[in-house]
Every structure is written in structure tokens, then in C-alpha cells.
Design a protein around this ligand. Structure first.
Ligand SMILES: C[S@@+](CC[C@H](N)C(=O)[O-])C[C@H]1O[C@@H](n2cnc3c(N)ncnc32)[C@H](O)[C@@H]1O
Length: 452
């Protein structure tokens, strides 16, 4: 039996009454796993069990995929707990939208939002913690979107360049994590009876900044993975009070997802429009999700920064043009920018970076070396096999060597140069062929051993 904190038991016993027993019992049930397939990739990996779709989440399935599989490492799937999928499904960006994921690491919601955008519009994926932004960048680069900027900023410092800028702002807030108790019992060690109230104070600070970046008539999606009313209904009740220009939009609820509980806040019946995901009522760990729309006169007259200027030196342009003409088919990157010797494709609508802390100004295309261009791992994962002029299919054993940083040899000779390495129909890296040997360029920091 899960050893839930006594103060937690007392609190939910009082809030839920007879329903509390089923809620507590659900903490002894097995964790429900899930994954989403990546629509930005050309094909679905073979061998996945797609028999149990998550009914409310486009691309979502119940089940578990191994972290050291080709499907996972190539970004063809993203492992995500099923109730967390309800956040992206609720935000549901349209093609061409400008979207901000304000609290983004490790990237579950961002990759889902990128799936909807389908390489159109702009996704700004932000994470305040330096030590978490690296894994966010890794996960996004594996997923392969072309239109994503990754920042490492506080919400407050984003509000100037992005004033009234976004069609959709997602705040997947830091919270007391009660919905993590089953998956990660250590989350209970951080919890005490005052923790939800402390988190609620931080959530209000974050929301105060988030609303400044919503365009007139734009939307805000707020979510937590906790059950605490202080952080859920009460936070939204506070928001509606502070910002009468924002209104809750009803969310379609299926598969055991239920209305939020006005009686756990100030009784405002509007709060029912938000959603509660309880582990005893649906197949997932638990979440709270609210969707709000701003009035058309909200943030009228706000002035975001002008678009980022781009451009390359003549030598850089020549090297990139040669590389892309030789390597890429039907795929262009018109807004190019270098940071040092690193080449990036910057989404066209991105406001000027100014003094923002930038983890990735866009899709990393590669590195300019003396008189040559070296493609990046991120580019390999952002290209579909049909878009690659030169590719080599490798088998699982060869893939295991590539991700471990070893060279591999092939049977036939091909012309010397860069090849997109493809395993199970998924691009996995670029390699440089010399004779029958493929030199390894798999990033040192990401190397791993497939077999124990
Ligand atoms: C629930 S997690 C986000 C999970 C992520 N959206 C996903 O789906 O993978 C909340 C994030 O908020 C970040 N955070 C913590 N304090 C913050 C603050 N003051 N402002 C903005 N974000 C903060 C945390 O570092 C954490 O990565």
C-alpha cells in the first residue's frame, strides 16, 4: 500500500468524502504509461503496439517504449504519461500559430504542440532552470521540428520582446506534484501540507507574466499535475478575478475526465469548464487543465520586438548552398543565422533575441569549419528520408555502434561524403563515408550503450 502523507489523506478525505477511498486506492494501481507517435517523421516505427489509442489525444497510445530503442532515440515516438497528453490536446494549436510553452522542460508538452504546428508558425519553448534546459533541447531536437526556439529565461524577462505576441500561451506550472506520487514516490518527500499554498503563490507570479504575452483574442492554457485546489480551481478563480478580460472556454471531456470543482474554490460555476483528471476515474496519473480566452481588446497596442535580423557572410552562404544542393531535396531554410560558427534556421516570425538567454535560436543545421560545412545531429533528425539525396540504411547492430560513437563498415563502396544514416526507416544521424568506413559524428554527450 502506498504510504501517502497523513496530512494528504486527511485533506482529501475531507474534500472528497465517500469518493476519497477510490482515490486513495488508485495510488496502489500500476502506473499507466503512454507514448505519442511523431507526425513530423515520415513513417511510424515498426513493431509498436498501437492497439490502444488514447481517446482524447491525437497521436497518443497507452503502452511503454524502451528508452534505448530506435523508435525513442530517433524521436519517432515521445514517451508521455497519458493524462499529460490532455494539455497539448486542449491547447491544440492551429497551423501557423505562434505558441509559447513557458515552463517547458523536459519537453512533453512542447513536442505535442510542435506536432500540431507541423513545422508552421513558431513555437517558443522556454525553461527557467539552466540545468533542465539541456534535456529540453535534446528532446526537442530528437523530435525534429523546424520552427522551434528554445530559451532559458524567467517569465518576466520574456514579456518585453513578446508583449501581446502569442496566439497561445501554455503554462504547465511548477506544482506540488501530487499526480506524480504513484509514478515517482520520491515526490511525496517534497510534499507537506503548506506546499500547495507556496506553489500557488509562484503560479500566480508566473501567470501575471504569462497573460502579458497573450495577443488580443488569444488563448492561455494552464495546467498542473497536482490535485491541490489551491493550485487548480483557486488559481483560476484568482486569475478570473484579477483579469476580467479572460474567460474560461469549455473543454470537451471524455474517457473519465471530469469537470473541475467550483466548490473547491469560490463557488464560481464557470470553473466547471476546466478539467480534472483523477487516476481513479481515467487511465493516467492525474492533471488539472484550464483553457482561457482573452477579449479582443486585451493587450491592444502591445508592441513586441521587431523580427530578428538574419544573414550570413558570403563564404558561409556559399558553403551552405553547396551542402544543401548536394544533400537536401525539397526542403529549404530561408532565415539563416550564425551564433559563432554554428548555423541555425530561425523561424521567420521570431522577434529579435536581444539579451535573451538563448539555448537554441532555431533548428541547428551545423557547423562551419575551415572551408567546409559539417551537418548537425539535429538536422539529421529534422530531415525525412525522402528529403535526403544521400542515405545509407543501417541495421540494428550498426545503429548500436553509431550511438556508442564507433565507426562502422559497410559492404559496398559509394562516393565519399555525408550520408543520412537510416535505421528502421528513421534518420538517426549523419555519417561521413570514406571508402567502406562511416566515420562517426554522433554527439559525444549523447552517446550510450544499447545492450547491457
Ligand atoms: C511541470 S514542469 C513542466 C513539464 C513540461 N511542460 C513537460 O511537459 O515536459 C514545470 C517546469 O516549470 C519550471 N519552473 C520552476 N520555477 C519556475 C518559474 N518561477 N517560472 C517558470 N518556470 C518555472 C520547472 O523548472 C519545470 O521545468
Amino acid at each position: 500500500m502506498a504510504k501517502l502523507p497523513q496530512a494528504f489523506i486527511d485533506k482529501y478525505q475531507q474534500l472528497m468524502g465517500p469518493e476519497a477511498q477510490a482515490f486513495f486506492a488508485s495510488f496502489d494501481e500500476p502506473v499507466k504509461h503512454g507514448f505519442r507517435i511523431n507526425p513530423l517523421k515520415q513513417s511510424i516505427p515498426t513493431g509498436l503496439d498501437l492497439s490502444e489509442p488514447v481517446p482524447y489525444a491525437k497521436w497518443g497510445y497507452y503502452g511503454e517504449v524502451h528508452g534505448r530503442s530506435v523508435a525513442h532515440q530517433s524521436g519517432a515516438i515521445y514517451s508521455q504519461e497519458p493524462s499529460a497528453m490532455f494539455v497539448g490536446a486542449t491547447a491544440h494549436p492551429e497551423r501557423g500559430d505562434r505558441v509559447l510553452d513557458l515552463c517547458a522542460a523536459p519537453g512533453g508538452k512542447s513536442t505535442h504542440l510542435a506536432s500540431y504546428l507541423d513545422n508552421t508558425g513558431l513555437l517558443v519553448s522556454n525553461e527557467i532552470m539552466k540545468k533542465r534546459v539541456g534535456v529540453l533541447a535534446e528532446n526537442i531536437e530528437r523530435f525534429g521540428p523546424h520552427n522551434t526556439v528554445i530559451l532559458n529565461e524567467s517569465p518576466e524577462r520574456l514579456t518585453r520582446p513578446f508583449a501581446g505576441f502569442f496566439d497561445k500561451v501554455v503554462v504547465d506550472a511548477p506544482c506540488s506534484g501530487e499526480g506524480m506520487f504513484r509514478k515517482d514516490p520520491e515526490a511525496m518527500a517534497y510534499w507537506d501540507a503548506d506546499y500547495p499554498q507556496k506553489c500557488a503563490a509562484l503560479q500566480r507570479e508566473i501567470l501575471t507574466e504569462a497573460v502579458k504575452m497573450v495577443r488580443p483574442g488569444g488563448q492561455l492554457v494552464y495546467s498542473t499535475c497536482t490535485f491541490a485546489p489551491e493550485e487548480d480551481e483557486q488559481t483560476i478563480a484568482w486569475l478570473l478575478d484579477q483579469y476580467p478580460e479572460f474567460h474560461l472556454i469549455p473543454i470537451e471531456k471524455t474517457a473519465g475526465i471530469s469537470d473541475a470543482r467550483p466548490e473547491w474554490a469560490n463557488g464560481n460555476p464557470e470553473l466547471k469548464k476546466a478539467a480534472r483528471l483523477f487516476p481513479n476515474q481515467m487511465l493516467g496519473e492525474g492533471h488539472f487543465v484550464a483553457k482561457l480566452q482573452a477579449d479582443a481588446d486585451w493587450n491592444q497596442g502591445a508592441k513586441p520586438a521587431k523580427p530578428q535580423q538574419v544573414g550570413l557572410t558570403r563564404e558561409q552562404q556559399k558553403l551552405w548552398t553547396e551542402f544543401s544542393a548536394d544533400q537536401l531535396i525539397g526542403i529549404t531554410f530561408p532565415h539563416l543565422l550564425t551564433f559563432g560558427d554554428q548555423l541555425y534556421s530561425v523561424p521567420a516570425e521570431m522577434p529579435a533575441f536581444g539579451k535573451l538567454k538563448v539555448e537554441r535560436p532555431g533548428l541547428h543545421l551545423g557547423t562551419f569549419k575551415k572551408k567546409r560545412f559539417e551537418p548537425s545531429y539535429a538536422l539529421a533528425l529534422a530531415v525525412k528520408p525522402e528529403q535526403a539525396q544521400h542515405q545509407l540504411t543501417i541495421n540494428h547492430e550498426q545503429w548500436a555502434k553509431v550511438v556508442h560513437g564507433e565507426t562502422i563498415t559497410i559492404d559496398e563502396e559509394h562516393s565519399k561524403g555525408w550520408y543520412l544514416l537510416v535505421c528502421d526507416n528513421q534518420p538517426v544521424a549523419y555519417g561521413k563515408l570514406v571508402g567502406k568506413t562511416i566515420k562517426n559524428f554522433f554527439p559525444k554527450g549523447l552517446r550510450f550503450q544499447v545492450y547491457d
